[in-house]
Design a protein around this ligand. Structure first.
Ligand SMILES: C[S@@+](CC[C@H](N)C(=O)[O-])C[C@H]1O[C@@H](n2cnc3c(N)ncnc32)[C@H](O)[C@@H]1O
Length: 225
């Protein structure tokens, strides 16, 4: 168990499981970096344009995040929503995720994520981790590993880019018949992208989401997975 560098909450690092010629093995984050060229992160990363040299949020960002927290904690949400997101928040802090594994598919699709156990509709699959940024950091916006949302206040667009840093969720492939969905929320002082099961998922089934048409414009037609 590790302490989060930001809010001092303890959190549990997720185990990294991969398919190696039909055998599911656990690997370390160094092997993961060497094998996939990605730094495994269980947390969202804030870069310098958001923080001062002590790692604290700059005042205008802090103000926005505080207002955002007020909105998300307000009575605009039903008890059902509050319970749903409250439970997911606890699971993230405890590192309580279903077991998944990473598997190479082919040279076109690359790798994908598979269920290493049965998963039920509405279960949390994981949190989309990576580098948090506002829209103006356009340099990385063609990364292919971005998710985004809008702040409720001022309608700022934000993104989490998992090109260089991320976890399993960055390997989720596209399907027009997805079994998971992404949900935007805000807790622990930051925006979050939660990956939630949209259907029951069987052991050994690939975890797939619908990227939407925009993602594929100007790219090759996606393969049916
Ligand atoms: C977010 S990444 C998913 C993980 C990726 N497969 C990998 O190994 O890094 C998105 C990229 O995966 C590939 N991909 C995902 N779904 C696909 C599909 N249905 N058909 C073809 N390529 C797909 C495309 O190259 C796409 O740009």
């Amino acid at each position: 168990m590790f302490k989060s560098f930001r809010n001092d909450e303890p959190f549990v690092n997720q185990r990294i499981m991969v398919d190696n010629h039909g055998q599911i093995l656990e690997i370390g984050s160094n092997d993961f970096l060497r094998e996939y060229g990605v730094t495994w992160t269980d947390e969202i990363i804030w870069k310098n344009d958001l923080t001062d040299r002590h790692g604290k949020l700059k005042p205008h960002v802090n103000f926005l995040f505080k207002k955002e927290a007020e909105y998300w904690n307000s009575d605009l949400w039903s008890d059902r929503d509050k319970k749903f997101f409250g439970l997911k928040e606890q699971q993230i802090l405890m590192g309580d995720f279903p077991s998944l594994y990473l598997k190479f598919i082919d040279d076109v699709v690359g790798h994908g994520i598979y269920a290493n156990q049965k998963i039920q509709k509405d279960d949390l699959i994981g949190e989309y981790t990576g580098e948090f940024m506002f829209d103006r950091r356009r340099d990385t916006l063609d990364s292919g590993y971005l998710i985004g949302g809008y702040s409720r206040l001022g309608r700022f667009k934000w993104h989490i880019d998992a090109r260089n840093n991320g976890n399993y969720t960055r390997f989720i492939n596209h399907s027009c018949d997805p079994n998971i969905k992404l949900t935007q929320t805000f807790f622990g002082g930051q925006y979050r992208g939660l990956v939630i099961a949209a259907k029951d998922i069987k052991l050994g089934e690939q975890v797939l989401m619908n990227y939407g048409n925009d993602y594929w414009s100007g790219k090759q037609t996606p393969v049916e997975l």
